[in-house]
Design a protein around this ligand. Structure first.
Ligand code: FES
Ligand code: FES
Length: 185
């Protein structure tokens, strides 16, 4: 008997469970867009170079064009559709809107998902390639424009809205820090 070329996967997406039979070659990106109609996640290069397809898998940034759907079985996936709470946009979405962090908008869902994870990674003290003091006791480095540019370097924007994107990420990160400080006070 020929080996099966498809499998059943359970995808937990934006808090909802989906059970699908997928060809083993199906990427997470194609499963989201073609099978589940979650078209917020965009296909740019389809080869891991542009970041347009970025989603969060177990909270980590992932280019969904390079991840197979079968490798996403039982993982927690967040797409741009899962960031807002009802009518209330996620602070990163709001910052992109308020600070014009986009032009055509095609790269924007990936930029936003990436920025959401960036802010969490930074708050957790993860260094980047441009962090000067990487000792754990040094704590998170200041989130300078250089840090943001480096940490967002996997997300390309063909409209070159980079100046506003960096401002939007900095604004959202500052708001998150303020909220965390107020909650702790
Ligand atoms: S579409 Fe996935 S990185 Fe470009
Ligand atoms: S806003 Fe057009 S590609 Fe980024």
């Amino acid at each position: 008997m020929a080996p099966s070329t498809s499998s059943t996967v359970n995808l937990n997406i934006n808090g909802e469970k989906h059970t699908l039979s997928v060809d083993h070659r199906t990427t997470l990106l194609d499963a989201l867009r073609e099978r589940l109609d979650l078209t917020g996640t965009k296909k740019g290069c389809d080869q891991g170079q542009c970041g347009a397809c970025t989603v969060l898998v177990d909270g980590r940034r992932t280019v969904s064009c390079l991840q197979l759907a079968v490798a996403s079985d039982r993982r927690e996936i967040t797409t741009v559709e899962g960031l807002a709470e009802g009518d209330r946009l996620h602070p990163v979405q709001q910052a992109f809107l308020d600070l014009d962090g986009f032009q055509c908008g095609y790269c924007t869902p990936g930029q936003i998902c990436s920025a959401v994870a960036l802010i969490e990674e930074h708050a957790a003290g993860w260094p980047s390639a441009v962090t000067e003091d990487v000792r754990p006791q040094a704590g998170p480095p200041p989130l300078t424009p250089e840090e943001i540019r480096e940490r967002m370097s996997g997300n390309l924007c063909r409209c070159a809205a980079y100046v506003q994107i960096v401002e939007a990420v900095a604004h959202a990160a500052a708001g998150t820090r303020t909220e965390a400080g107020e909650a702790a006070a």
